[in-house]
Design a protein around this ligand. Structure first.
Ligand SMILES: *Cc1c(COP(=O)(O)O)cnc(C)c1O
Length: 351
């Protein structure tokens, strides 16, 4: 049987212009540097197949993924040598795959440098650790002959606290500037999205925004300039009339104090709409707020439809997803809000 599945009851409306504009804004804020794009984790949940062509057509020429498994979908849209793989090569198979696809490994340690050289060398990027203590060649190792043998396209480091006015920012900048005098490379890169807002000193040649491409803004400098890209929407699949005293959902966490009309909405925690929204979320319909009632379940939530008397089954309900305010409201980070969105959303890109 090969029937097409019918239309979904859960969708992500994706704003192509907002994504393109966010990249252009970050590219402009990067000054003389060019903005690249972090497209790891399915472009932060937005979808690689949607995001990469939009970014490419906007002018982006550098793409960052974390895993080797993420290269295949990106290389369908852009040349392999525009893709950097942040986790770097752990095995000879990783190194062979890099050469087969043209994707650049980001070398994060002397072991990775040795592996890359022993399997044939060639162009690569290098990450130096200037204080995040996550991935990266340690500052004490940057003078090693293994590093000086590498053919470095982009020398990079990653900021730990660019979203805050932390003393770590200037310290990492100073260490990175020091590293650039010891490792020869064609290009330099330090700033993520929040780092772009730290100003020209942090921009170097290429910036690496991720979150702000997709509508996130962690610094005031970016709020107001970055547009929402992702609009989750779910359909009402049943309308019910409750009598005073009826309870709703698992463990009866909500009890009606009056007769009321409620809607069962096709979204749950399996879709990334997590329990932290209980008691916090109000959905939207026709400009009205429809509060979430009781405990949310795997595939559904129940909402109060008192403010939308005419509402019926099939109506599309908006889930407020302006990332800075949704983060403040739910307690999830802006990154989590995007990357938890599940696979049951149908992705819709209006013209
Ligand atoms: C994820 C990532 C980025 C993008 O960071 P945002 O905060 O999402 O802009 C940039 N550089 C590296 C090394 C990353 O891992």
């Amino acid at each position: 049987m090969s029937a097409e599945p019918p239309a979904a009851t859960l969708r992500l409306r994706l704003d192509r212009d907002a994504l393109a504009n966010n990249w252009l804004t970050l590219d402009r804020l990067s000054g003389i540097a060019n903005a690249g794009a972090a497209v790891k984790a399915q472009a932060y949940g937005v979808g690689t197949a949607f995001a990469v062509p939009v970014l490419r057509d906007a002018g982006c020429k550098t793409y960052y993924v974390a895993h080797w498994s993420e290269v295949a979908e990106v290389v369908e849209h852009v040349p392999g040598n525009q893709i950097s793989v942040l986790h770097g090569p752990l095995t000879a198979a990783d190194a062979a795959y890099a050469r087969a696809t043209g994707a650049l490994p980001v070398i994060n340690s002397l072991q990775q440098a040795r592996l890359w050289l022993e399997t044939g060398g060639g162009p690569c990027d290098v990450m130096v650790d200037t204080g995040i203590n996550r991935l990266g060649v340690s500052m004490s190792d940057i003078g090693d002959p293994l590093v000086s043998q590498l053919k470095v396209e982009t020398l990079m480091s990653h900021l730990a606290s660019a979203d805050e006015d932390s003393v770590l920012n200037a310290l990492q900048l100073r260490r990175f500037t020091g590293a650039t005098t010891q490792i020869a490379s064609k290009r330099l890169s330090l700033a993520n999205s929040a780092g772009v807002a730290l100003g020209a000193d942090y921009a170097f040649d290429v910036t690496r925004p991720g979150l702000s491409l997709y509508g996130g803004a962690q610094r005031d400098e970016l709020k107001g300039q970055i547009r929402q890209v992702v609009y989750p929407e779910a359909a009402i699949i049943q309308v019910r009339d409750l009598s005073a005293g009826d309870s709703v959902g698992y463990n009866a966490k909500f009890t009606a104090d009056r007769d009321m009309r409620v809607g069962v909405v096709s979204i749950g925690y399996a879709d990334g709409f997590l329990r932290c929204w209980s008691g916090k979320a109000a959905f939207e319909f026709g400009g009205q707020a429809l509060p979430l009632l009781g405990r949310l379940s795997m595939d559904m939530v129940v909402i109060d439809c008192s403010n939308a008397p005419g509402i019926g089954e099939g109506a599309w309900i908006g889930i407020p997803y302006d990332l800075p305010s949704a983060s403040a409201n739910s307690g999830l980070s802006q990154y989590e809000l995007l990357t938890v969105l599940g696979s049951r959303f149908q992705r819709i890109v209006p013209d």
